[in-house]
Write a protein of this length. Structure first.
Length: 298
């Protein structure tokens, strides 16, 4: 019987008409179409190529659920027991004027909350709600919220940006309308902050350089891959595969490190050198000239 079924299966497959398949490559997915089933960006915001499904709308099972449970039973689920930044006593995210008020709480809570929504674990949900209620209560009359962490006298807004992601997931899971008012008031507050108060710290500026460098590296990798496709087979036969791999991966990574970190360091060191030279001339012009005579040799 099994042999008969196998015979007819092969016969039917051989009689099937030839199917044409088309493979296309594209730079980006089209955003012209609209999906009425999911909430997406409204004008003037740009459409997204992929729409994030609401938190908690998919229940994990099998292997992926086991991995999330390992996170719950491991560091993510118990970080509050060992981290000074997550201690509740005198925590700046829980009381005005407290300590431990930087970005570790938002970073942890973003993953912890989504883990709670996926597993629907009552203990995790209770802990998530505890922190979110405190953040909602911390909003001030001007719309700003949370601890004010200053860099060179200006607020570091990045921890608050992470909180906005947290609130988005919380609203998707609970439909708590307080979140809409909370985020709207905060956005109105941001409109009152002068432009020079943003991107003022070294870290934020370095992130800008990282974004620029990654765009450049993307173009380099794309052009390099296209060039490799056009090389003859003889090129690969005459060269060790490891050498080709080093050129494609390691060399490009070295360029990436130089663009993201090296340029910033070069600019900073140039300013330091200029400041030192000016200071030398202010102290003693003749001595400065003697010292600088050796610079071309160095």
């Amino acid at each position: 019987m099994k042999k008969t079924i196998l015979f007819f299966s092969i016969l039917l497959a051989s009689c099937a008409g030839k199917q044409t398949q088309e493979i296309r490559t594209m730079e980006r997915l089209s955003t012209a179409s609209h999906n009425d089933y999911y909430v997406s960006n409204r004008a003037p915001l740009q459409p997204l190529q992929f729409i994030k499904l609401p938190a908690g709308s998919i229940e994990p099972e099998g292997w992926i659920r086991r991995q999330i449970e390992l996170q719950k039973d491991g560091l993510c689920g118990h970080l509050g027991e060992i981290s000074a930044w997550l201690q509740k006593e005198n925590n700046a995210w829980l009381k005005n004027g407290g300590e431990w008020g930087w970005e570790e709480v938002p970073y942890w809570l973003r993953g912890y909350g989504n883990m709670a929504y996926a597993l629907r674990d009552e203990t995790l949900l209770k802990e998530t709600k505890f922190w979110i209620e405190a953040i909602l209560s911390s909003q001030r009359a001007d719309g700003n919220f949370g601890p004010v962490h200053l860099n060179n006298g200006k607020q570091d807004f990045w921890p608050n940006m992470i909180v906005l992601w947290i609130m988005q997931s919380y609203h998707e899971y609970t439909n708590d309308n307080r979140v809409i008012d909370f985020m709207t008031r905060y956005c109105h507050y941001l409109q009152t902050v002068p432009d020079d108060a943003f991107l003022s710290s070294y870290w934020e500026n370095s992130r800008i350089m990282v974004d620029v460098s990654q765009s450049i590296i993307y173009d380099i990798r794309k052009d390099l891959f296209a060039h490799l496709q056009e090389l003859p087979f003889q090129y690969y036969d005459d060269r060790p595969h490891g050498k080709i791999l080093i050129r494609v991966v390691n060399y490009v990574n070295s360029v990436s490190d130089m663009l993201s970190n090296g340029l910033i360091n070069i600019v900073l060191e140039c300013f330091n050198l200029l400041f030192i030279v000016i200071f030398m001339f202010l102290v003693d012009v003749q001595m400065a000239l003697v010292v600088l005579c050796g610079v071309p040799v160095l």
